[in-house]
Structure formats: C-alpha cells, structure tokens
Design a protein around this ligand. Structure first.
Ligand SMILES: Nc1ncnc2c1ncn2[C@@H]1O[C@H](COP(=O)(O)OP(=O)(O)OP(=O)(O)O)[C@@H](O)[C@H]1O
Length: 297
C-alpha cells in the first residue's frame, strides 16, 4: 500500500477541527512533527487528548487534514497502516483484569501482527523487561499495583518500537526510579521515532522534550523549544517577601517568601523592598503563557 499524500513529517496536521456536538475541542490546529520528543501542554480541557485521539485514528476530524506517516485516517486501508505502525498509551488505561501481564502484551502483539510466535514472545519479554515487569509476567493484572499497570500500558504502547508513539499522561503513578527509567526508554526510542507526550508534569517536559506545543482552548498558542518558552518569561518572574496583592499569580514558597509572575500586559507591577528578579523555570513560563491570574496561595 502506498501513502496517498506526500508529506515528510511523520505527523502532519492542517486546520484540524474536532467538535463534540456544539463543543469545539480543537479549533484549527496546525502541526508538523518528526523524530524526537514533543511535549504537549495545556490546562484541563485544552484539547490534548482529543488531538492524540485524532492522530491515533480513534476520533474522526470534523474538519481539516491529518496525515500520520503519510497515511490518511479517513481511508480504511491507510487507517489500518497507521494503527500497525503507531503506539498509544491512553490516559488511565483499562485492561482485562484476568489476563496475566505476559498474556495481555502477547494479545496486543498479535493484534499488531508482530511476527511469528517465537519472535512475538521475544518482543513481549523485551517489553516486560524494559518496564521492569519481567518477574511479574505471570501475575494477573488485577494483582498489579496502579504504577505497575501504568508500566504495563507503556510496554504495550512501545511494542515493536512504533514509528509514532503517543503518550497521554504516561508518568502518572510512577515512582521516581520508574520515572527516570521511563525517560531513558522514551529518549532511546525517539532517536528514530516521533514521540508526543501529553502531560501536566512539567519536569518531564524539561527533562525529555526537544519541542513543546501548548494548547489553549483547542488552539496552538506556543510551538518551540523549551528554552524559547523559558526566554519568554524572563523579566516576569520574581520572589517577594510578601504577597503582592489581588490579581497576581503568586504562591508561597517553603521559606515563606512568594514567587510572583507578572504577565507582559503591563498592567501588573510589583514594588516594595525585598523584591528580587529570578530565573524563570519552564513551569513559570507555562503558567505565564496560559495566563493564570488567580491567587494560588
Ligand atoms: N466525549 C466527549 N464528549 C463531549 N465533550 C468532550 C468529550 N471529550 C472531551 N470533550 C470536551 O472537549 C474538550 C477537550 O477535552 P480533552 O479531553 O481533549 O482535553 P485535555 O486537554 O486532554 O484535558 P485534561 O488535561 O483534563 O486531560 C473539553 O472541553 C472536554 O469537555
């Protein structure tokens, strides 16, 4: 089967609109992604999951164009091709509780048509090893902890080293050791594959992503490197001995001082002794971008 559209990016999206009834979840998204890790950020309801589900062929676009690995999800044969070559970890994955860890991955490997029995079993064992679950391969899923189930979901999404890997909140429930292991696995895969990581864990984005895409109300409001996002926040982040007053995004730090964000709209000034400009973090920059203005004390 040959792809019908000539596009070089693994993920190519133009003017993507997705509505649920009268609610518009995606409102004209343009995106071109290639190998590497892209962090997808945005508040609750910004449209991140909807975007991933339009890419994984689960949801049809209401308007616009989606191409994954050059294939069009609206054409049945190409849709199947995308599904074979793409890995997806949903938010809160649900598994059949009576399956064993090995049985589940093997079942998913069958659906992905990953080779003959022996090659498939080797791949399943490799998957379990990757996420530190090889010694639990015979455990029923209902007996695994929440974090272990999440790791099993990751192993399932990464089966066969997919060319496009979509991860929706992948590090929820992982302990620090597993989170580091996860970052290593994803970076390794991203040398050749296109990975999209939707998350609220800004530290994962800072540690892993070469690129950040920020959605707000279904639109892309930032697309660049984490460094470029941080640069935007320079001169807008402070520490102050007291709370600066109503209308600022400010929160109390462990030492009793306040971290204060002043949006670039010129309407906010911070004054008084004890005020210090500080280096912005990616989290500061993200909060400034999404325009949070409520008191978060
Ligand atoms: N099945 C659905 N039916 C109706 N509206 C939906 C449905 N799924 C999502 N929405 C709406 O679409 C918008 C985008 O939701 P989406 O789940 O894509 O956001 P998100 O950025 O992934 O949020 P979160 O960070 O909370 O997971 C929201 O307004 C949501 O209420």
């Amino acid at each position: 089967m040959s792809p019908t559209t000539t596009v070089t990016a693994s993920v190519h999206v133009r003017g993507l609109v997705r509505r649920y009834g009268t609610r518009t979840a995606l409102d004209g998204v343009d995106l071109d992604l290639g190998p590497g890790v892209t962090g997808l950020l945005g508040r609750n309801g910004a449209g991140k999951t909807t975007l991933l589900r339009c890419l994984n062929t689960d949801l049809e676009a209401t308007g616009g164009e989606v191409r994954v690995l050059g294939c069009a999800p609206e054409r049945a044969a190409e849709r199947t091709e995308i599904r074979r070559r793409l890995g997806y970890l949903p938010q809160n994955p649900e598994f059949y509780p009576h399956f064993t860890a090995f049985g589940l991955l093997d079942y998913m490997a069958v659906l992905k048509e990953l080779g003959g029995r022996r090659a498939r079993h080797d791949e399943v064992r490799r998957g379990l090893e990757r996420v530190g679950l090889l010694d639990r391969r015979h455990s029923r899923i209902r007996r695994l902890s929440g974090g272990m189930r999440q790791r099993l979901g990751l192993a399932a999404a990464m089966l066969g080293d997919p060319e496009v890997l979509l991860l929706d909140e992948p590090t929820i429930g992982l302990d620090p050791e597993q989170r580091i292991r996860f970052r290593g696995l994803v970076s390794e895969l991203a040398v050749r594959s296109t990975v999209v990581l939707s998350t609220h864990q800004i530290e994962d984005v800072a540690a892993l992503c070469q690129r950040v895409v920020c959605l707000d109300a279904g639109r892309v409001v930032f697309d660049g490197t984490p460094g470029e996002l941080v640069d935007r926040a320079r001169g807008h982040v402070w520490e102050h001995r007291g709370h600066p007053g109503e209308g600022y995004t400010a929160w109390r730090l462990a030492d009793g001082r306040y971290r204060v964000l002043t949006p670039a709209d010129g309407a906010h000034t911070v004054s008084g002794p004890g005020l210090e400009p500080v280096e912005p973090t990616l989290e500061d920059a993200y909060l400034l971008l999404t325009g949070v203005e409520q008191d978060v004390r």
